[in-house]
Design a binder for this molecule. Structure first.
Ligand code: GLA
Length: 736
């Protein structure tokens, strides 16, 4: 619900458990007041003002009233150059060289829907939107702030539009999406760092004086940092404490900045990374920033995650596959790498179909002259030496086995040894007359150019319409360098990073609307572009190139803070594992991969009979648990940042009727007492029958006992013989 009180000039946005409040202050600035627990209909105007501090100047409109400074006032959209010295959202150069916009409140509108953000991913669905226009007192530059309220999830989607009404061109050096000013700073910042094959590791660090900057300048959101941060009370746990999530719906360069200031306040900003960004705005033009989703929880990190999970499942992912049951797939990458032909693929598909698997995904290597990773990216034409008879014939053979067919692409890339490069050597990102950086023997296509996108589109369209494809894996295996485009003059090259990702979004939008029945899975060397922007186009994303079940515990744990399990691509792979060399029980691999969009990535024809039986059981189990895993509430039961021996997590149906508890050991220790697990999401007074992995009843307890007293996790030695190293247990709970 959105309210505006004319008299006090206070805006209040109310959600199920939270209130967001801001006001137009005595000098006409839009001041942030509160985002947190509800205020009982009250208003905090005047209670939090900081007052005088030397070296914090008063703006012109305040004259010599030194009790007022933008430097000490909580902002909704911070601006550089006009007396607020903290991190800006907006940095602008006017035609006369001035850089000090003075943004005052101008007007507001309340809409009962969400305006579309053209060319950008955005939340959708039922919501109310508050639109506030700020205007520069000197030049008429306008900033239009959008706040869309998704009440059920305590979520506010924010973005800003900069409109040039100055009568002359201006340039933007920063145009971020959101500023969250807090009047305290006794907080921790949680962020998610990593590297290729080890993404989204949780780091929790106290907010200090100065800035913590979490960002990417790689042209993709990246493996190294994720465009999602959480600010929380130092004492916040899974079940208690105030937490604020800031999640960016964007897949290119981003910057999240958390700054503790001189006045004991804290500011978090999120938006397009100003490094490498410089945007020309002609008179009359506007620049729309991408959207950020703010979510509040006063009940700890677990509730914050569950709110994001629901919001993203229901109001971000789109299309048929957002809600439809995803097929269990077999991907041939770790089974064959580049060494396959149609018969090999069909033999894998045949075994897979006998075991209950529903779709074969043909990964890298089916096109052009692609016998290794030195060549052929950009030549999206089937290699008939490998796929004899072409895609239609392969698809018919796979379909005849009752299986669907999927295909891998890496549309944004080009190999120097490719027909596309020979025809258009100037289509890759490069600066004329200079060398290029190479990564995985490939260069990056200039996706800002329409003719480049059209050429890639036409090749992909041709392949995808040649057979009955059900799925596409959209990969991106290196980051951007040599960022220069022939389509812009020298002084506008700073627009390219953003135009690149807008081009990627445009191509995705085009192909996905042409092939609405195809399930698109995102990927970037595993989880290098696992962000809320991509989730708008792909309802699932390959979580990591690390398929080791034990390593995946930490990767999937970190991912769960901001993203739903229905988005997490996760497969059972061969052992010794190809990334770590580790051998884990087949059962453990199944339990871990099941907490995601389940599949296999190994040569099923090489499995033992016992393992084949296990595949059948796992697929059956996944189907049985599908709605619980994909629509249920997710609970992290142990803090992996504090201990790594054992991981435990639970899915509970929203109504508490069913739950499944997963326990997986990463280390076996001697003389070890397992921890007590407090289950969650159960009906306290009801009884639950608990059964183990083999379907044996373990006992019956009330929900209250299981939640408040808890149950001790099994010992590794409780696993079947030979499986105590990296043991996994899965308990089902049914309300009686
Ligand atoms: C990336 C992906 C892998 C696989 C390879 C193919 O690394 O993450 O899953 O598709 O590319 O080259």
């Amino acid at each position: 619900m959105i309210r505006y009180d004319e008299k006090s000039r206070v805006f209040t946005l109310e959600t199920a458990h939270a209130a967001y409040q801001m006001s137009v202050d005595r000098y006409g600035y839009l001041k942030h007041q509160h985002f947190g627990d509800k205020l009982g209909g009250g208003c905090c105007e005047g209670l939090l003002d900081a007052g005088f501090m030397s070296f914090s100047p008063a703006p012109d409109v305040a004259g010599r009233d030194y009790t007022y400074s933008l430097d000490l006032t909580a902002q909704e959209y911070s601006v550089s150059g006009a007396g607020d010295y903290r991190s800006p959202c907006l940095a602008v150069n006017f035609a006369d060289g001035g850089r000090n916009p003075d943004l005052a409140y101008a007007s507001y509108r309340i809409l009962d829907e969400k305006p579309a953000l053209e060319g950008l991913p955005a939340l959708h669905g039922e919501c109310e939107t508050l639109e506030i226009t700020l205007r520069d007192r000197w030049t008429n530059l306008e900033v239009v702030l959008l706040y869309s309220v998704f009440a059920e999830y305590d979520a506010i989607a924010r973005s800003a539009k900069i409109v040039n009404r100055t009568g002359a061109p201006i340039t933007l050096d920063a145009a971020l999406s959101v500023c969250l000013d807090m009047q305290e700073n006794d907080f921790d910042l949680i962020h998610f760092w990593g590297r290729h094959a080890m993404e989204r590791l949780v780091e929790r660090t106290p907010v200090a004086h100065g800035k913590i900057c979490i960002d990417s300048v790689r042209g993709a959101s990246s493996h190294q940092h994720n465009p999602f941060v959480i600010l929380c009370d130092r004492t916040a746990t899974e079940d208690a404490g105030r937490c604020w999530g800031v999640s960016f719906l964007y897949s290119g360069n981003f910057a999240a900045c958390c700054e503790g200031d001189q006045a004991g306040c804290c500011r978090v900003t999120m938006g397009i990374n100003p490094t490498g960004f410089h945007w020309l705005l002609e008179d009359g033009e506007s620049f729309q920033t991408p959207e950020a989703a703010l979510v509040y929880s006063g009940e700890g990190l677990g509730a914050l995650s569950r709110r994001y999970h629901k919001l993203y499942r229901r109001n971000l992912c789109r299309g048929e596959w957002a809600r439809k049951q995803r097929p269990v797939l077999i991907n041939n990458w770790e089974a064959t790498y580049f060494d396959f032909d149609d018969d090999k693929l069909v033999s894998i598909a045949k075994t897979a179909s006998e075991l209950g698997v529903e779709m074969l995904v043909v990964d890298d290597g089916w096109f052009g002259n692609r016998f290794d990773d030195n060549r052929a990216l950009g030549d999206w034409i089937v290699n008939t030496e490998k796929v004899r008879g072409g895609m239609k014939s392969l698809c018919d053979r796979v379909n005849a086995l009752g299986m669907k067919l999927g295909l891998w692409f890496e549309p944004e890339m080009i190999s120097e040894d490719s027909d596309l490069y020979r025809a258009h050597p100037d289509w890759c990102l490069h600066v004329p007359g200079r060398g290029v950086c190479r990564g995985r023997n490939q260069l990056v296509l200039d996706m800002s150019r329409k003719e480049v996108r059209d050429a890639v589109h036409d090749m992909m369209y041709e392949v995808l319409s040649s057979a009955n494809f059900a799925y596409v894996k959209w990969d991106m295996n290196r980051h951007l360098t040599d960022v220069w485009t022939a389509s812009l003059p020298a002084d506008r090259q700073g627009e390219l990073y953003h135009r690149f990702i807008l081009g990627v979004y445009e191509l995705l939008e085009r192909l996905e609307s042409e092939f609405p029945h195809i399930l698109f899975e995102g990927c970037s060397g595993g989880g290098g572009r696992f962000d809320a922007g991509m989730l708008y186009y792909h309802p699932q994303i390959w979580c990591s190139d690390d398929t080791d079940a034990v390593e995946r515990l930490e990767i999937q744990y970190g991912t769960s803070f901001g993203y739903p399990v229905s988005a997490v691509g996760s497969h059972v792979s061969a052992c010794p594992n190809h990334q770590t060399g580790r051998t884990t029980p087949f059962h453990t691999r199944g339990v871990v991969a099941m907490s995601g969009t389940f599949g296999y990535e190994l040569d099923l024809t090489k499995l033992t009979d016992r393992e084949k039986e296990q595949v059948k059981e796992q697929v059956k189990q996944y189907h049985k648990l599908y709605s619980l895993i994909n629509d249920g509430d997710y609970y992290r039961l142990l803090d992996m940042t504090r201990q790594q021996e054992v991981s435990a997590w639970e899915f509970a149906a929203e109504d508490g009727a069913r739950a499944v508890l997963n326990v997986v050991y990463a280390h076996v220790r001697t003389n070890y007492i397992p921890p007590v697990l407090h289950l969650r999401g159960l009906t306290p007074d009801a009884s639950y029958r608990v059964t183990d992995d083999s379907g044996n009843e373990v006992g019956t307890w009330t929900g209250a006992v299981l939640m408040h007293a808890g149950m001790r996790a099994p010992r590794p030695s409780d696993a079947p013989a030979g499986e105590s190293d990296y043991a996994a247990f899965q308990f089902e709970l049914e309300r009686l």
